[in-house]
Design a protein around this ligand. Structure first.
Ligand code: ADQ
Length: 741
């Protein structure tokens, strides 16, 4: 049925219901009025004949009857009767109905105490129709008897019928009129509104649409470009990223600045080995650089790094593939201590993570931070091959570099991505160099974070500490003629992950890992993979395993948790202490629950190559990520990417950025050990069908929102900024003037 017909039908039904209810109320009310009216009339008739009635009562029955007949001259009184108080008939008119004998009528009054003028009435049904019966008592002092008057009600029925008909017709006329008027008014208003909106969208807007207009336009533009992009490209892949680079940024090569290098050349007894560092940033960005080519500028931290570079400190990587250049920057020990361990990891890292470790700010460390940022910015400038390059500045080690680069390369498109959380303004406010950090980042064209919350915190910090205009609608900060976009780009892993192709099938991983760890073939396995960092909640994770075994005895001797723990930042006392605490805790829990060769926790300290990590992911029944605070956490996404069998359960801390994407994980508060232990138990008990459902949905998400998409969207946004900047440059206007125009 068409919507208009449906509307009309609903209208008719609604009106009919309304008429029905209206009629019922009206009929009841008029009936009550008529009853009252007739009772009054009866009383009047009896009162006016009272003298004659009293005179002839009991003594002259023929005269009494005449008096009753006189009373029925009123056209609406059909008949009358006079009754004694004992219910005997004294006299009655000829037409008095036999159904209403004096006794039966007085009995039906249920012993109501009659007063001299009291009246009583009812409306019984006779075969000839409805009548009104009134009983009025007569007598001087105590009543001597009662006069019963029978009224004809047919005129009332006639009147009611007329009223009902009138009511129904007027209702219909009114309803029809109202619907017609409403329809015409709505049509006129809709026409006016749509033509206004059409005019607004084509640029000829009336003033009341102006506030709405910008939102509608930008939303429409965003949706259109998003749809077009997604429809055109399908899943994001290295090829699509490369095509995006060529199409949107004219194939300009990307220069990436990050502290950590993607390949570390390390001297060992066996010669020079190439290591893949345990770093989320590297995991994410390495596939991007292989797709885009260009240069990765990083600290050369390996013991054999200097041995393999050319005279420009460059080496082509990946080894054997040589897709892009790695430019190494050398730092002496004091610089590394001040810039990396000191300001970055004892100051900024605890400042940005809510993990209850006090940040330490030393002026000497900050001095090194400034100097090293400048050194790296200079290295980037030496690597660019145009005056408007695209530079990707990565993470908290380089908060100052974007402004330094901007000063040297005013036309560069600089994307600064902050891989860790950005705290709220109050917290960032405690850093003695907060203004410098924020101002440094605002040198970028785009500042990216994993989540909208971190973007909001950054904008609030700018608002609190900087001279600037904040364009909240566009999520941008404007300083003078320069605009910095602040956008969320949730990072991810490559898809498909190349390591998955290099490891055995899930069934083989399952069997091999259990054999290697000397576990029963059907042993249940949990896995955790982290740098040894206090933000990762490793102690809380081990305590949750302890709780699990306490609360679920059937898992003792059956469940083993493997924790890979790569030593990290070991020059910092806090990290060394953590290392010791974790070791001691593992010993304690193992001592508590071990029996025979069974140990509930296997702590595999040290760095492990990605293939080892992926074998474990595939062998495990569950993966527990218990970060106390984490920008994103790629381990969670790696576990999902590893499980092409659609099995295994992810237990994930609510304090990770990943928890916003991977909602089918079992989300827990890692501080709540009981809840975490129950989630681990639920994971081990989860039916295969549910595991499949959850894993399939998470895999769909990670495959779609992979790291190529992350990089691609930043590049597309960068291209947009670039286009606007070029336009404003060509027309000699500042960006703000253009944006505001
Ligand atoms: P990280 O703090 O390094 O990253 P995460 O995102 O979990 O944390 O990535 C760790 C990476 O190192 C993973 O690829 C993992 O496989 C690997 N890894 C961890 N332990 C390992 C071990 N023992 N041996 C070998 N490999 C190991 C920072 C932020 C995160 C953010 C990333 C990316 O702190 O919040 O997700 O950057 O933006």
């Amino acid at each position: 049925m068409r919507p208009a017909a449906r509307f009309f039908l609903a209208l008719v039904i609604g009106l009919a219901a309304l008429v029905g209810v209206g009629y019922f109320v009206l009929a009841r009310t008029t009936q009550r009025w008529f009853d009252a009216d007739l009772a009054l009339r009866a009383q009047l008739a009896v009162t006016s004949a009272r003298q004659s009635l009293l005179r002839n009562w009991e003594v002259n029955r023929p005269r009494l009857r005449e008096t009753l007949t006189d009373m029925t001259r009123d056209e609406r009184i059909m008949s009358a009767a006079a009754c004694s108080m004992h219910g005997d008939l004294l006299a009655a008119t000829e037409t008095y109905p036999t159904e209403f004998s004096c006794r039966s009528v007085l009995d039906r009054m249920h012993g109501e105490a009659p007063g001299p003028t009291a009246a009583w009435s009812m409306t019984p049904e006779l075969p000839s129709g409805r009548v009104h019966l009134s009983v009025t008592f007569v007598g001087d002092g105590p009543p001597q008897g009662a006069v019963i008057l029978v009224h004809d009600l047919s005129y009332i029925d006639r009147r009611e019928a007329t009223t009902r008909n009138l009511l129904i017709s007027s209702f219909f006329v009114l309803a029809l009129g109202a619907s017609l008027i409403t329809a015409v008014a709505a049509r006129l208003a809709w026409r006016g509104w749509t033509s206004d909106l059409r005019r607004a969208l084509t640029g000829d807007a009336s003033s009341e649409f102006q506030p709405l207009l910008r939102d509608v336009r930008s939303l429409a533009a965003r949706l259109a470009s998003e749809q077009e992009r997604e429809a055109r490209g399908g899943l994001w892949s290295p090829e699509r990223l490369r095509a995006t680079l060529t199409q949107h940024v004219q194939g300009e090569r990307v220069v990436l600045l990050a502290n950590r290098e993607p390949y570390i050349h390390q001297r060992t007894d066996q010669g020079v080995e190439v290591w893949h560092p345990a770093s989320g940033l590297v995991t994410a960005l390495e596939p991007v650089m292989r797709a885009c080519s260009g240069v990765w500028v990083a600290h050369g931290s390996g013991t054999a790094d200097r041995e393999v570079v050319d005279e420009h400190d460059r080496v082509l990587v990946p080894p054997g593939e040589r897709s892009y250049a790695l430019r190494r920057v050398w730092l002496d020990e004091a610089e590394e201590n001040g810039y990396y361990y000191g300001f970055s990891n004892e100051g900024l890292w605890p400042l940005c993570h809510v993990a209850h470790t006090r940040p330490i700010f030393r002026a000497e460390d900050y001095d090194h931070y400034v100097k090293v940022n400048q050194r790296f910015a200079d290295a980037v400038c030496a690597e660019v091959d145009s005056d408007d390059p695209i530079v990707l500045v990565q993470d908290y080690h380089f908060a100052l570099a974007p402004r330094m680069l901007r000063e040297r390369l005013p036309r560069a498109t600089i994307i600064a991505f902050w891989h860790i959380p950005w705290p709220n303004a109050e917290r960032i406010g405690i850093c003695p160099w907060r203004d410098e950090l924020i101002s440094g980042l605002l040198g970028a064209s785009i500042v990216g974070f994993h989540t909208q919350q971190h973007c909001n915190n950054f904008i609030d910090s700018v608002d609190a500490f900087m001279e600037s205009r904040i364009d909240r609608e566009a999520s941008a900060v404007v300083q003078g003629a320069r605009r910095t976009l602040v956008r969320p780009y949730p990072i991810s892993v490559e898809w498909p992950v190349r390591w998955v192709e290099e490891v055995p099938s899930v069934a083989d991983c399952h069997a091999e890992v259990r054999r290697e760890l000397d576990l029963a073939p059907d042993a249940r396995l949990g896995v955790g993979v982290d740098r040894l960092d206090y933000t990762k909640g490793i102690e809380e994770r081990l305590l949750a395993v302890d709780q699990l075994l306490t609360r679920h005895p059937k898992l003792r001797g059956v469940f083993t948790f493997i924790q890979l723990a790569a030593p990290s930042r070991t020059k910092i006392a806090h990290y060394r202490e953590l290392d010791e605490r974790v070791e001691a805790l593992v010993e304690k829990i193992n001592a508590k629950w071990s029996s025979g060769t069974y140990r509930p926790i296997a702590l595999l300290r040290g760095h492990h190559e990605p293939t080892t990590v992926y074998r474990l992911y595939r062998a495990a029944d569950l993966c527990y990520v218990s970060s106390l605070h984490d920008g994103m956490n790629l381990v969670a996404k790696e576990f999902v990417a590893a499980r092409d069998d659609e099995r295994g359960v992810l237990v994930l801390s609510q304090f990770t950025g990943a928890a916003r994407d991977l909602t089918e994980a079992l989300i827990v508060n890692p501080y709540d050990l009981r809840q975490a232990a129950d989630a681990l138990a639920a994971a081990l008990d989860m039916p295969v069908i549910e595991q499949r459902e959850r894993m399939r949905s998470m895999r769909r998400l990670v495959s779609e929102f992979n790291v190529y998409r992350w990089a691609g969207r930043m590049l597309v946004d960068a291209a947009e900024v670039r286009r606007k900047e070029r336009l404003s440059g060509r027309f000699g206007m500042s960006l703000n003037q253009r944006e505001g125009a």
